[in-house]
Design a protein around this ligand. Structure first.
Ligand SMILES: Nc1ncnc2c1ncn2[C@@H]1O[C@H](COP(=O)(O)OP(=O)(O)OP(=O)(O)O)[C@@H](O)[C@H]1O
Ligand SMILES: [Mg+2]
Length: 371
């Protein structure tokens, strides 16, 4: 089943950093309906993010307003960033109100909440370009722990290896339609969702060709985000398993996500890739999805008997502080056994320690405010 081990990945070579450059060709100006919009909110002098104009168009239900995606005002659980009225002068508007398209004329501060309908699901990607660090194991078991605590959960297998699909007892070679068809042929994602312990949108081996196939498409970084829009109201959590690379599939996952959980194996070498991941996230935030942030870094496969592992966790905490989860996922043979039975550890060994590690993690994520 699993090809574990560093650098596994089986997939074809990805086009190196496919995303951020080329699209300057796409109408920098006419896609912006008016000059006012062109200078609005986020970054006055940043070149226009490439595919924004395209992405805004076809699928968005409320698309009367231009480019709604660029305004990061989903009015989420966090306090909305509403411009503060001047206490000494009610009629005065702030600079950002002045250059922003007005949606509620005459009411300073009444800016948010309406445009992009609040989506129900929190979308979480599990990413680390290093292979074999427990991305898939964490995606499945955390998802099942969320489900156990009463949440509706969808998992998405975005890895051509299909390990997540297999670990729910589904053979990726036998599925008729998969995330490949969703991303490349734009079929509705519901058609590839199967009901198991959680709902799972399945992968197949041809997902390996998705990056090449998508690379010619306009809006290729947003294929998943668009597909997901049809189901995000049906779930509390959408958990996306990504391949061990930072190619277009992972870019799609991060672009569609609110949060990223980064499993890290507690070895020095495993931690070095984190900087690269952070750089990628920064580019995603600047160009594609300003709201995505790291929910936490998760020490996995911890063998706390070894000094080395303890030191590695300490180094992690010194460097990333609060971002490191309090929860620890320790080594346990059940994690290797459960996928063979097509089950999570919570189902395979519900009373065991291994299951409790992920229940504790679910509680930590929930109390961190992810729901
Ligand atoms: N806590 C654990 N203790 C022992 N074995 C584990 C643990 N977590 C995961 N494993 C095992 O380690 C191997 C790699 O895990 P997993 O497939 O989840 O990593 P991954 O990051 O998804 O790998 P890839 O990058 O190839 O997709 C699997 O065989 C899995 O069963
Ligand atoms: Mg995996």
């Amino acid at each position: 089943m699993n090809d574990e081990g560093p650098g596994s990945g089986g997939g074809p070579p990805e086009p190196p950093e496919p995303v951020f450059e080329e699209p300057a060709l796409e109408e920098p100006v006419e896609a912006r309906p008016n000059a006012q919009e062109a200078v609005s909110e986020d970054a006055p002098e940043t070149p226009l993010p490439a595919e924004e104009p395209v992405a805004a168009a076809p699928d968005e239900p409320a698309s009367k307003e231009p480019a709604p995606e660029r305004a990061p005002e989903r009015a989420p659980a966090n306090p909305p960033a509403v411009p503060e009225p001047q206490p000494d002068d009610e009629l005065r508007i702030t600079a950002s109100q002045a250059i922003k398209p007005t949606r509620a004329p005459g009411i300073p501060g009444a800016v948010s909440a309406e445009e992009e309908p609040e989506r129900r699901a929190q979308v979480i990607s599990f990413a680390n370009q290093k292979g074999g660090v427990a991305k898939t194991t964490t995606t499945l078991n955390l998802a099942v722990a969320f489900a156990e605590s009463g949440h509706d959960v969808l998992c998405i297998d975005l890895d051509p290896q299909g390990n997540l699909t297999m670990s729910q007892g589904i053979d990726p070679d036998k599925v008729e339609q998969s995330m490949f068809d969703v991303l490349v042929h734009h079929i509705p994602i519901r058609q590839v969702i199967q009901e198991r312990e959680i709902d799972i949108a399945v992968a197949s081996i041809d997902l390996a060709g998705a990056e090449i196939a998508m690379s010619m498409q306009i809006g290729r970084e947003r294929s998943l985000e668009k597909a997901l829009a049809a189901v995000t109201d049906d779930y509390d959590f959408v958990c996306i398993d990504t391949p061990p690379s930072l190619g277009l599939l992972t870019i799609n996952a991060l672009t569609a996500s609110d949060k990223v959980i980064v499993p890290v194996q507690c070895e020095y070498l495993s931690m070095r890739g984190l900087l690269q991941l952070q750089n990628t996230l920064e580019m995603i935030r600047e160009n594609l999805n300003p709201r995505v942030e790291i929910e936490g870094i998760l020490p996995t496969m911890l063998d706390s008997r070894t000094v080395h592992a303890k030191e590695a966790v300490e180094i992690l905490e010194e460097n990333f502080g609060e971002l490191v989860f309090k929860s620890r996922i320790r080594k346990a043979i059940k994690f290797a056994e459960a996928p063979v039975r097509g089950a999570s550890v919570l189902k395979y060994d519900p009373k065991g320690n291994a299951a409790d590690y992920y229940r504790a993690l679910a509680q930590e994520v929930l109390t961190n405010g992810a729901s």
